[in-house]
Design a protein around this ligand. Structure first.
Ligand SMILES: CC(C)(COP(=O)(O)OP(=O)(O)OC[C@H]1O[C@@H](n2cnc3c(N)ncnc32)[C@H](O)[C@@H]1OP(=O)(O)O)[C@@H](O)C(=O)NCCC(=O)NCCS
Length: 170
């Protein structure tokens, strides 16, 4: 695999982020909820980044991007809804279709766990996965998450709720 970098999202990422999201829109929509149509423009992505960075500033969100060796964004991963009093957060991630199957999501989730522990002092991470998303379930299980429950939603796919307890020592 080419060398790559996982780093915090920045306000200057709008153009490469829009490219990444547009190129992979149909791929993502096969596995996760679709974004609104207004997201897919420079204005939409700029607002999206501003909202995520404001979440970072107030300690509720930590957005990351994965960059390949040419500086292209090939994936994203987020600590979402960080709750400092409950010491918990939800995680989310998406990898470019062309970069899948090389361990990037596994790498990103491990980085989220490390950041959750060392930067945010969290003890619990959760993730929601549609039942048909075998790749995502595999990533979570490989990173130590276990299935806590399956919710059977009417008119929707079943949803797996994953959880990881993080201890302070590693
Ligand atoms: C799910 C996703 C993040 C996985 O990314 P990735 O970088 O390919 O993940 P990894 O390479 O770290 O691991 C995926 C593993 O699942 C396996 N896998 C992928 N699809 C699979 C399937 N349909 N059935 C069984 N295993 C599958 C891969 O073979 C790999 O296992 P291996 O390393 O033992 O070969 C990526 O497919 C994606 O972004 N999908 C669209 C968005 C999404 O679903 N996000 C997650 C929402 S919960």
């Amino acid at each position: 695999m080419e060398p790559l970098k996982i780093r915090t999202l920045q306000s200057i990422d709008a153009e490469p982020l829009l490219k990444f999201e547009l190129e992979n829109r149909q791929w993502f929509e096969r596995h996760i909820d679709a974004r609104s149509a207004t997201f897919y423009s420079m204005d939409g992505v700029t607002q999206h980044i501003a909202s995520y960075l404001s979440g970072l500033a107030n300690g509720t969100w930590h957005p990351f991007v994965i960059e390949d060796s040419d500086g292209n964004i090939v994936g994203r991963a987020n600590l979402k809804d960080i709750d400092r009093s409950e010491r918990s957060a939800e995680i989310g991630y998406r990898i470019a279709e062309s970069a899948c199957g090389q361990g990037l999501a596994t790498l990103a989730v491990r980085r989220l766990i490390q950041e959750a522990r060392s930067r945010w002092n969290l003890t619990r991470l959760v993730a929601n996965v549609y039942a048909g998303n075998m790749g995502s379930a595999k990533v979570l299980q490989r990173c130590g998450f276990s299935i806590e429950q399956v919710s059977h939603q009417k008119e929707a796919e079943d949803n797996y709720f994953f959880m990881l307890s993080i201890n302070d020592n590693g």
